[in-house]
Design a binder for this molecule. Sequence first.
Ligand code: PRP
Length: 200
Amino acid sequence: MINIALPKGRLGEKVYKMFEDAGYGCPDIFTGRRLVFENKDAGVRYFWVKPSDVPIYVERGAADLGVAGRDILLEYEPNVYELKDLGTGICRMAVAAPKGFRDDSEYLLRVATKFVNIAQNFYSQAGRDIDIIKLNGSIEIAPLLGLSDVIVDLVETGTTLRENGLEVIEEIMEVSARLIANKSGYNFKSREINELLGRL
Ligand code: PRP
């Protein structure tokens, strides 16, 4: 059995379809609230987990494979193999601010984000001191309420920014979904995993 941690949500569903098209489907995977599904004949077992937890399951070997965005891999730096860019879940990590915002380097910049390490690295390379405010979601609201000056967040269609009066002021990087593997799991199940990779 290959154990695969999928991120719950739109991205996970899209990626699951890729596995299904490759011959690794699992009947009933979208029904009910169960979190584990398996197809013994195809030799796969899927777990739906919170996206930021995928690297933890894979690094610790609870899953052999997992699907995680490049954002999550750079943020948590798990000790795993990155096997493949799945070419989906494409978006950008960017700095955004209220329209008309002008940075004044005399002041400490207040940055709200879920991605503390990515934001710290980005600003330390630019030599800018910042005050990081770690949030867990709905980041776009922080500058609206005066909690932060800017945000560092994912932008896909740009709708959330637009509808909240924000705009991108700097791009940090491109993001896409990656297939990752537990290091010993990959060595132990290399034949099965490489066959799956080939079919994907
Ligand atoms: C993500 C991201 C943005 C939004 C961007 O949030 O954090 O808020 O999607 O997408 P858009 O450019 O297409 O509008 P998510 O839906 O994951 O929820 P969150 O607020 O809990 O982070």
